[in-house]
Design a protein around this ligand. Structure first.
Ligand code: 8YV
Length: 317
């Protein structure tokens, strides 16, 4: 009898076809009603789960009697109750490395868009408001040679630092749980306290994992430390920043702008951020290029198949 695999989000078509050839595949579809209820029902006799973007914990997995593996098509694993999975002896796998450069590209896209007011100037131009040469309201910020602060010097943080150092001649500051001497040396990056990174940087990029230590790391007090011309970029997880405090800082121009890919609650359907010209808002697209999503799906597929065939998957959480 074929093993059962539950696909709990949209995944790459080719990978889906491959899975269908090998396993009995059931796809969770929001059109068929409550997603958590579907997961609860279908996981009851599933051997493996694959997908991304859903919270999986004891409440929707409590029926899973024979589940061996959850293969997440993501690098972040804050959606999963890791302790519960560990206790149930369910392997959790993820897709690191293949999205590092793509996500770092997006950090820079946001940084530059926010610094040069790209979205609002685009709207302004298309509305026919360009009637004379631009004035201070349309002016942006210099990027070249400025100070870039990175919170979280993991793979993605380091890829952002590399872009800043080599591409834009930036001075790099970083804050991390522990000092990263070897990586930092490559970019002459200075290890600082969180407070120093915030107060000394022209641009701050958040690239930390979401965990109990990083939740609400940036609140009203931290935002006040930033310079009025500074830009905050978040490509990590929304809950690292207190969103209300950020909205207040943007409204009162405590900081110049923010470039955001992630939010406390996703998908973001309505928010005061939408009214703010100095907030550049993207719909969590850090890894969303065709090539990278393909690589992630491929890796997730191999992680799943390895686990189901009794091998230890390459990327276990
Ligand atoms: C997407 C990400 O959330 O990999 C991650 O951790 O944040 C993103 O790549 C993920 O792929 C789900 O769509």
């Amino acid at each position: 009898m074929k093993q059962k695999v539950v696909v709990f989000s949209q995944i790459d078509n080719e990978i889906l076809m491959r899975l269908e050839q090998q396993y009995h595949v059931v796809q969770i579809n929001p059109k068929n009603g409550d997603v958590n209820q579907q997961i609860l029902e279908h996981s009851a006799d599933a051997d493996g789960l694959i997908g991304a973007g859903r919270v999986l914990n004891q409440s929707n997995l409590k029926n899973a009697q024979k589940l061996r593996v959850i293969s997440s098509v993501s690098v972040g694993y804050d959606n999963y109750d890791v302790d519960y999975l560990h206790q149930q002896k369910i392997w959790l796998t993820h897709t690191p490395h293949v999205l590092t450069e793509t996500t770092a590209d997006l950090a820079f896209t946001l940084l530059m868009s926010a610094a040069r007011q790209v979205p609002s100037l685009d709207t302004w131009t298309k509305q026919g408001q360009w009637q004379r040469t631009v004035g201070p309201a349309q002016f942006g910020l210099d990027i070249y040679g400025k100070t870039l602060g990175i919170i979280g010097l993991g793979h993605i943080g380091a890829a952002v630092a590399r872009r800043g150092f080599h591409g834009f001649n930036m001075n790099i500051l970083y804050h991390n749980r522990s000092e990263k001497i070897e990586i930092a040396e490559q970019f002459k990056a200075e290890y600082c306290s969180l407070q120093d990174v915030l107060s000394r940087s022209d641009f701050v990029v958040i690239a930390v994992d979401l965990n109990s230590a990083s939740k609400s790391l940036i609140g009203a007090d931290e935002l006040k430390l930033m310079q009025p011309h500074a830009v905050l970029v978040n490509i990590a997880r929304g809950s690292v920043v207190n969103e209300q405090a950020l909205i207040h800082a943007l409204k009162t121009r405590t900081i110049f702008a923010a470039g955001l890919d992630v939010y406390e609650k996703e998908p973001l359907q309505s928010s005061e951020l939408f009214q703010l010209e100095n907030a550049v808002t993207l719909p969590h697209v850090g890894s969303a290029t065709a090539q990278t999503r393909k690589r992630m799906a491929e890796l997730a597929y191999h992680n799943l198949v390895d686990a189901l065939e009794g091998r230890v998957p390459r990327y276990m959480v």
